[in-house]
Design a protein around this ligand. Structure first.
Ligand SMILES: [Zn+2]
Length: 326
């Protein structure tokens, strides 16, 4: 009997300790997790990125309607970054502009993503300035009714200048013209998944397409978890996140599930203006690179911090293989 009582006492003690540990863990977690978490959604390469067969306008209309109705459903005030060179098709220029008008009338903000999406690494400062200047001629007309609004710019491939001279020259050029450079903290390589997805769909391989979709969603959440984990190491707290995705088919078909999963993680969708007002986003990005890493990486480097980014996930090999096979 005595041994049994001792056992029960021991068990109760262990149970009490476990409960206590769990409580402490939750208190620590609550202190580090903003309530609610916030996120700005930014969508690049408007009006639409076409992969594979089909008429651009038809496919662009379908994707645009799906994306906008999903954004509306979750009350997401997104910013769409336009490449106006994509409007320059004599047969349906007005119809392509109408796609952008849909974004504006749905309450979204349009930003400048350069005229033709060149890689700044391959351009001179002057050539890139021209791309910026030509980048939002139509966009500004469409946004006229929304004056005053913040002008946003995003570099193609988020290549911000591969030399200090180029980076500083374009930073200055953009600032004097009233643009804010748009950072991103979460990137999900959706352009890679999109190629694999569209080709599977067009080959009639529904099973593969659904595997790509599932992997894409899991991968986005893994990238989000990483951003949530790494930002306290840079700023001492979780900061508002900025998601970068594209106007393409995988976004059109998965955005609903994606936003649902973000909501389940406690995210509230806010404007880019609201996210940019967070002090963390005032951190100066002085990091020069020919690559396009997230701003979490750039801010850590700019602050001279030694943060371990090795856990930042990459798309799985089987998806990369499908992308490279195209
Ligand atoms: Zn782009």
């Amino acid at each position: 009997m005595r041994t049994n009582f001792a056992n029960i006492r021991g068990m109760l003690k262990r149970l009490a300790l476990s409960v206590l540990a769990l409580l402490v863990f939750q208190i620590v977690l609550c202190a580090q997790t903003p309530n609610p978490r916030t996120m700005a959604v930014t969508i690049d390469d408007l009006p639409y990125v076409k992969i594979g067969e089909g008429v651009y306008l038809t496919r662009a209309r379908t994707a645009t309607s799906k994306i906008l109705s999903t954004l509306k459903k979750y009350q997401v005030p997104a910013v769409g970054f336009v490449n106006e060179a994509k409007l320059e098709n004599p047969d349906d220029r007005d119809a392509r502009i109408a796609l952008l008008r849909q974004w504006v009338s749905s309450g979204m903000v349009l930003g400048n993503h350069t005229y033709s999406h060149p890689d700044f690494n391959r351009l001179t400062i002057e050539e890139f300035q021209e791309e910026v200047a030509k980048g939002d001629v139509v966009t500004r007309q469409l946004m006229r009714s929304r004056q005053p609004y913040q002008l946003y710019f995003r570099h193609p491939q988020t290549h911000t200048g591969d030399t200090r001279e180029k980076k500083e020259a374009i930073d200055r050029y953009l600032a004097t013209r009233g643009y804010k450079i748009t950072p991103h903290t979460i990137e999900n390589s959706d352009f890679i998944f999109n190629v694999a997805y569209v080709l599977a769909m067009q080959n009639g391989d529904k099973e593969l397409a659904s595997r790509v979709r599932a992997e894409y969603l899991d991968f986005t959440i893994a990238a989000t978890e990483f951003a949530e984990k790494i930002s306290p190491q840079i700023f001492g707290r979780e900061i508002p996140q900025t998601l970068l995705i594209h106007s393409n088919d995988i976004t059109a078909d998965c955005l609903d599930q994606l936003l649902r999963r973000f909501s389940a993680r406690g995210y509230k969708f806010v404007t880019l203006d609201a996210v940019m007002a967070d002090p963390a986003y005032e951190t100066k990005d002085t990091f020069v690179t020919k690559f396009g890493p997230t701003w979490l990486f750039r801010w850590a480097k700019s602050k001279g911090m030694d943060v371990d980014f090795s856990g930042d996930p990459d798309p799985p090999k089987w998806v990369m293989d499908l992308y490279n096979k195209r």
